[in-house]
Design a protein around this ligand. Structure first.
Ligand SMILES: NC(=O)c1ccc[n+]([C@@H]2O[C@H](COP(=O)([O-])OP(=O)(O)OC[C@H]3O[C@@H](n4cnc5c(N)ncnc54)[C@H](OP(=O)(O)O)[C@@H]3O)[C@@H](O)[C@H]2O)c1
Length: 264
């Protein structure tokens, strides 16, 4: 893909944070957007704002952690006659705290959103792209894709899955005109932290990269056909440190850091 102009892009998790910024940036670059998340009213407000810039914005609310959600979304988008050139699998959340602090139903929901829905949306939309001669997928991983994160164990494992799946699919589909990239943000100023650590957010501080900066760096990298991009200053080390240091050393560094941050 050489530009986003006149492309149709499906963005999951488009109601806030990085997904919202990606949708807005795509609209500025001339793409029509298809927005999904659970918050219908917010999505409608976002779509109204985007339409004012002169591109189309369609809203398909869906709880992607529910069984069958990816199929429902694909069917609704197809029925509406929309053809997705680029899929941005951004919706996701984490939990920070002791592994035992959160219940299994919560972890199940996280895995269904971060892993299952993302996988199913790739499986549903990529064949449509191939049939039309090509397209692209941006899967949102994390700096946590590269290393284990104690106290965010399920989340970091889910993001490692995103990176490995995306790399493998990138190879499989390169010959068929579908380019696949993993966008790996570091700490970003969104709702993520409040969702991840409702009881602890006061200990975790604020700040991080602006979602708009993450979105723009990610979208620029995709046009350069990168396999992955780690956004933000100072975050690149998360990709290469685990290759230089032993697994035990990395685990201890990250574990002690998070133990301290979470006040454990
Ligand atoms: N912020 C960070 O520090 C950071 C760092 C690395 C990676 N990331 C990744 O970046 C992505 C976006 O996160 P963010 O930072 O922008 O957080 P955010 O502000 O909390 O946004 C999360 C988005 O996902 C949607 N979502 C949550 N549960 C959903 C569900 N069950 N079905 C459909 N949509 C759902 C939310 O919308 P509704 O609530 O309306 O459904 C929202 O639009 C995530 O994959 C996250 O893991 C974030």
């Amino acid at each position: 893909m050489k530009s986003y102009t006149d492309k149709t892009v499906l963005v999951t998790g488009a109601s806030s944070g990085i997904g919202l910024a990606i949708a807005a940036s795509l609209a500025r670059r001339g793409a029509d957007v298809i927005l999904t998340a659970r918050s219908t009213e917010t999505l409608n407000d976002v779509a109204a704002g985007i339409k004012e810039t002169g591109v189309n914005a369609h809203v398909f609310p869906e709880d992607l952690s529910q069984p069958g959600a990816a199929e429902r979304l694909h069917a609704a988008v197809t029925l509406a006659g929309l053809e997705v050139d680029l899929l941005v699998n951004n919706a996701g959340y984490g939990r920070w705290g002791d592994f035992g602090e959160f219940d299994r139903a919560d972890y199940g929901q996280m895995i269904r959103l971060n892993i299952t829905a993302l996988t199913e949306l790739c499986h549903l939309f990529i064949p449509d792209m191939i049939a039309r001669g090509g397209g692209g997928v941006i899967n949102v991983g994390s700096t946590a894709s590269f290393l284990p994160v104690p106290y965010a164990a399920v989340y970091s494992a889910s993001k490692a899955y995103v990176l490995l799946l995306s790399d493998a699919l990138r190879f499989e589909y390169a010959q068929r005109g579908v380019s696949i990239m993993t966008l790996c943000p570091g700490a970003t100023d969104s709702n993520f932290r409040a969702v991840a650590a409702t009881k602890l957010s006061a200990n975790l501080g604020h700040g991080g990269d602006a979602p708009t900066a993450v979105a723009d760096e990610g979208l620029d990298a995709f046009l350069r056909d990168k396999s992955y991009v780690v956004t933000g200053k100072g975050n690149k080390k998360f990709a290469w440190l685990p290759r230089l240091l032993s697994r035990d050393r990395v685990l201890n560094m990250v574990g002690h850091n998070f133990r301290k941050r979470l006040g454990r």
